[in-house]
Design a protein around this ligand. Structure first.
Ligand code: PMP
Length: 360
């Protein structure tokens, strides 16, 4: 089979080395004669996976000791509910900064449990669109937390700063966790659905400052309860063990790449290459303000939209898969998470130039 580069936004490609290792270990893991997904989560062998993956994530993100790491169920939307249920009392306020589709969706879910205030922090300027954390409104004193999404997967908008507030900051890092260093101590909670930069879907990783534990709302479903998860090493109920194991392999792979700062350098290179190609072209267009251009999800439109289907079909014939933009925004989107090698983006850029040449 010829080489395929998969630009899916999520579930997204995993490092080939990780998949090969998983394949080799599938039928008999660690010489047990059984696969890792068939053993008890409480077996010493799986507990070692759990502990090692947490240690590796702590190393990769330099997570301080006063933070608890949780491996939970329910992906991103599970956390849209878990955050208000764990961090605010019923009816208490929290501020949601809206920079695109996912932060907008977080407000809808949070509204079921708390007074979910929201502020639109998007702007339009000189034909570009973006979002600015400086547009955060005054916060009332009873605001439990400020929730924002530093990388809007659908819109291709990334926020590189941190909201300036003394309130607890919660970040949905589903689509940019581990793509660049962050200072964990700036946040009360960092959470991420796994299926972009961590591992397979189903799992979510939550990094919570430990003093925020201990006061979930009384009717919090136990699988969303940070305190129950923390008190039971993320094993109050059966965790998604295979996703957890694979995520652990991805953490090891990241360490082998030199860690988060090293992959950030490659991520910058990949994104620059693609944005340069788009900016130099008369056919492709990206409207995101320079300071908000996502390094993970590069969205672009074709000046002649009637060419969309042909672009996607030819891309696919060239092994370049899943470039179709999200149905809510149309156009194209190239998701270039950590696992996408530089050569994948170079191949895409060559294809885009060639496509434009034949259509020009
Ligand atoms: N937040 C962000 C930034 C996302 O990209 C996604 C999924 N694409 C979600 C939340 C929702 O995640 P899930 O589909 O796992 O519920």
């Amino acid at each position: 089979m010829s080489q395929v580069y998969n630009f899916s936004a999520g579930p997204a490609m995993l490092p080939a080395e990780v998949l090969k290792q998983a394949q080799e270990e599938l039928l008999s893991w660690q010489g047990l004669g059984t696969s890792v997904m068939e053993i008890s989560h409480r077996s010493p062998e799986f507990l070692a996976v759990a502990q090692e993956s947490e240690r590796d994530l702590r190393d990769l993100m330099a997570i301080p000791d006063n933070y608890t790491v949780l491996f939970m169920h329910g992906g991103g939307r599970g956390q849209f509910a878990a955050v208000p249920l764990n961090l605010a009392a019923k009816g208490q306020r929290a501020m949601h900064l809206v920079s695109g589709s996912w932060s907008k969706a977080s407000v809808v879910e949070a509204s079921k449990y708390i007074q979910a205030d929201s502020a639109d922090i998007r702007f339009e300027r000189d034909g570009t669109i973006g979002a600015s954390l400086d547009m955060m409104p005054e916060l009332s004193t009873d605001t439990a937390f400020v929730h924002y999404c530093p990388n809007e997967t659908v819109d291709g908008i990334e926020l590189f700063g941190v909201p300036q507030t003394d309130k607890t900051i919660v970040a949905d890092m589903s689509s940019n966790i581990l793509s660049r260093p962050v200072n964990v101590a700036d946040y009360g909670v960092i959470w991420a659905g796994a299926q972009k930069n961590i591992g397979p879907s189903g799992l979510s990783v939550v990094i919570v400052r430990s003093d925020l534990l201990g006061s979930p709302q009384a009717d919090t479903p136990v699988i969303l309860d940070y305190t129950a998860a923390a008190n039971n090493e993320s094993m109050f109920n059966t965790p998604p063990t295979y996703s957890w194991y694979l995520s652990g392999l991805v953490f090891k792979w990241l360490k082998q790449q030199g860690g988060v700062a090293a992959v950030e350098a490659i991520n910058r290179q990949k994104a620059e290459l693609l944005y340069e190609c788009i900016d130099a072209s008369a056919l492709y267009n990206n409207r995101i303000a320079a300071e908000n251009r996502s390094r993970m999800n590069v969205v672009f439109q074709l000046a002649d939209e009637s060419l969309n289907a042909e672009f996607l079909a030819q891309a696919k014939d060239n092994g370049l898969h899943a470039l179709k933009g999200h149905r809510s925004v149309g156009g194209m989107r190239a998701s270039i998470y950590n696992a996408m090698p530089l050569i994948g983006v170079q191949t895409l850029v060559e294809f885009m130039r060639e496509f434009e040449r034949t259509k020009g």
